[in-house]
Every structure is written in structure tokens, then in C-alpha cells.
Design a protein around this ligand. Structure first.
Ligand code: CP3
Length: 348
């Protein structure tokens, strides 16, 4: 197996920097769009053969060093009976949003083997097919809470913040329940065979450091602590988190994922070189002419400076407009640029 990704996560020496892309299984791939033409995204997630097929597409098409499970952050919510749908170009929409401690108490405990058995099946198919590591994932409590409280995507997260600032008991109850759900969800994925996990706290960049420290960090810390003995690398990712990086590091993951707004070397300094880093090419750059992509990719690599513990990725998910050929070339380029010199006389 190609274990470059796992070795980099463990900050061990690697002969090439590993590359994968958030949202590498998705709409920028024509093969995905073909499967998606007459089926909803949630239906695909719940059909193990198809979900596995989709997760394999970018491994075959792009030559990435890791696969990500094809699922969605809403799947465990669906598992506990939340009435939700995903609207194209909008995102998750929840019919009956949460606004009180009483509503939070509606969130029952997740029993993955009964509630979402299709996920275990997808993982088992993938492990039998893949020759690169499989990354599992979950939304983080704040990001899940944002969808549950807003009822859908939000720019300002104003309802979520109103609950967080206005009703400490309800917020604590909601975060407790979501933390329990995330831990059960991720431990299930590990038990079924995922070889690394990523916690997506995509929208947590909406908070100030003090508010993050007080109202989110304790729960994220609990999640990584509960995975301490799981034996797989843990990645902690958010968008717009330049000022939160030290606090996110304190939550205890093995790698912190950073977006493109913070130069990689500065981000790494902030989290400390004893923790790995993942990122951080601007996804929009991957839609530009190759010369631009190459220049930006080289900049990321120069800032990583060959230190152990760098996993190359975009700073957020692949945009649907991205030409697959550009990502294929990008994977090759990162591999070539970071290739360790072969020992004298070694067979190539
Ligand atoms: O390749 C992969 O990364 C694996 C699959 C994956 C999906 N969702 C499938 C999907 C992953 C890792 C996610 C995580 C996810 N889902 C996050 C965290 C990551 C991030 O982007 O910050 C969030 C916030 C969601 C919620 C969600 N689901 C959104 C915002 C959307 C997009 C809505 C749209 O149409 O633009 C979805 C739908 C979704 N999930 C798609 C995919 C491939 C696209 C929808 C489609 O095919 O219609």
C-alpha cells in the first residue's frame, strides 16, 4: 500500500509529499455528475456500491495519496432521525431547527450499526479496493450546530450565536449531544476500517478566539481525547481560522488543516512544528491557467520547506469549476518537486 499519507501524518520522513483534496469526490468529475444525474446526493451516500465507486474515482483519475469516504456531514443527523434534505447549490436544509434546550434533548444517541449500517459497508468495500489510505470524517459540533440551529446554510450564523451567547444551558446541552454523536460516528468509522479521521469545523472561523476557547474548544478537545486510543491520525480543519490556530492545536489533533488566507509557514509557526499541517492552496487558484497553479503550489511547498508532517491539500474543497486535468497535473507536480533524491545506483 502507498502509505505516504499515513507516514506524513505521523511526521515521519517521506520520499514525496502526499497529496489529496477535500471534496475530491464530487461535481468537478464528469463521472460523478453522470451517477448523480438521476439520484440525490443523500441517496448516493446511502448506497454502498455507488458511494464506494465515487470515492474511488479521484484515486484513479488524479493519482491522489488518500481517499476520502464518500458521505456527508449530515449523514449522522439523518441517522438519528433529523428531517433534512440537501438542496443543490444551497446545502443542507433542516425542516424543524433547534432553538432551545428542549429541542436539543430531541437529539437521541447515534447507534451507527443500526442507524447508518450502509457506511460500514461502504468502508469495507473501499478497504478491499484501495491501495491508498481511507480518510473518514465528521462535521464538528459547532458546524453541525450551525446547520441544526439556522435550519440551513448561513453567512452570519446569527441564530447559532444567539443561542450560544444567550442560552448557555441550551448551548451546552446541544454541544454535549453533538459531541457524543461525533465520537460514536468516528469510532464506528475507525472500527469499520478508516485509517485516518478529519473533523470538519468548516464554519468555526466565524468566532473570536475568546468565544471559540470558551464555547467550542472544550467539546472539540473531548472528541480528540475520545479518539486518543483509536490508533489513527486525527486532522482538525476549519475555514477562516487564522486567529484560532493555536487554540485548534490545543484541541489535540495530530494535524491542523489550514485555509489559504494564512501563509503555510506562518500557520505552522502558530501551531508549532511538533504538530503536522495540511493545506493550503486556494481552491480558486486550481481553476486558473497552469502557470498560476504551479507558482502557487511551489509557494506552498517552499513554505513547508520539506519539514516532516506536511500533507498537501487545498485550503477548502475542490470547486465544481475545476478542470480535473489541473488537479491531476498538480498531484504529479507536488510529487516531482518534493521527490527525495534516489540513492546512488538505486533502480528507478
Ligand atoms: O470528496 C469528499 O470530500 C467527500 C465527500 C464530502 C461531501 N460532503 C459530499 C458532498 C465531504 C467531506 C462533505 C463534507 C461537508 N458537507 C462539509 C464539510 C466540508 C466543507 O466543505 O467545509 C459541509 C459543510 C457539508 C454540508 C454540505 N453538503 C454542503 C455545504 C453541500 C454543498 C451544496 C452545494 O450543492 O453546493 C453539500 C452537498 C454535497 N456533499 C455535495 C457533495 C459531493 C455536492 C452536492 C451534489 O452532488 O449535489
Amino acid at each position: 500500500m502507498n502509505d505516504l499519507f499515513l507516514r506524513a501524518c505521523g511526521r515521519q520522513p517521506v520520499e514525496r509529499t502526499p497529496v489529496w483534496f477535500m471534496r475530491q469526490a464530487g461535481r468537478f468529475l464528469p463521472q460523478y455528475r453522470a451517477l448523480r444525474a438521476d439520484r440525490g446526493i443523500l441517496e448516493l451516500c446511502q448506497t454502498p456500491d455507488l458511494a464506494a465507486e465515487i470515492a474511488l474515482m479521484p484515486v484513479r483519475e488524479l493519482g491522489v495519496d488518500a481517499a476520502i469516504l464518500f458521505s456527508d456531514i449530515t449523514i449522522p443527523l439523518l441517522g438519528v432521525g433529523i428531517d433534512l434534505r440537501i438542496d443543490p447549490d444551497v446545502g443542507p436544509v433542516i425542516e424543524d431547527p433547534i432553538s432551545s434546550a428542549r429541542d436539543a434533548a430531541r437529539l437521541r444517541s447515534l447507534e451507527p450499526a443500526e442507524d447508518i449500517p450502509f457506511l460500514g459497508q461502504t468502508i469495507r468495500i473501499l478497504r478491499s479496493e484501495l491501495d491508498v489510505p481511507l480518510v473518514g470524517f465528521s462535521g464538528a459540533p459547532f458546524t453541525l450546530a450551525s446547520y441544526l440551529v439556522e435550519g440551513g446554510p448561513s453567512r452570519s450564523h446569527v441564530r447559532t450565536k444567539a443561542l450560544m451567547f444567550g442560552d448557555r444551558v441550551a448551548w451546552g446541552a446541544l454541544m454535549d449531544r453533538l459531541t457524543d454523536l461525533v465520537v460514536r460516528y468516528l469510532r464506528y468509522q475507525v472500527a469499520e476500517g478508516v485509517q485516518a479521521v478529519q473533523l470538519f469545523d468548516s464554519w468555526v472561523g466565524a468566532l473570536s478566539p475568546d468565544d471559540y476557547a470558551e464555547r467550542v474548544l472544550p467539546w472539540s478537545t473531548r472528541i480528540f481525547g475520545a479518539l486518543d486510543d483509536a490508533g489513527v491520525p486525527r486532522i482538525h480543519f476549519g475555514v477562516g481560522t487564522g486567529e484560532l490556530l493555536e487554540l485548534m492545536r490545543d484541541a489535540g489533533a495530530d494535524l491542523v488543516g489550514v485555509d489559504w488566507r494564512t501563509p503555510l509557514d506562518r500557520a505552522w509557526q502558530r501551531i508549532g512544528f511538533d504538530v503536522g499541517i495540511q493545506g493550503n492552496l486556494d481552491p480558486a487558484v486550481a481553476t486558473a491557467p497552469w502557470e498560476v497553479v504551479e507558482r502557487h503550489a511551489d509557494d506552498v511547498l517552499a513554505r513547508a520547506a520539506g519539514r516532516p508532517g506536511h500533507v498537501f491539500n487545498l485550503g477548502h474543497g475542490v470547486l465544481p469549476e475545476t478542470p480535473p486535468g489541473t488537479l491531476r497535473r498538480l498531484v504529479e507536480h507536488v510529487h516531482d518537486r518534493t521527490a527525495a533524491p534516489q540513492p546512488q545506483g538505486a533502480a528507478r
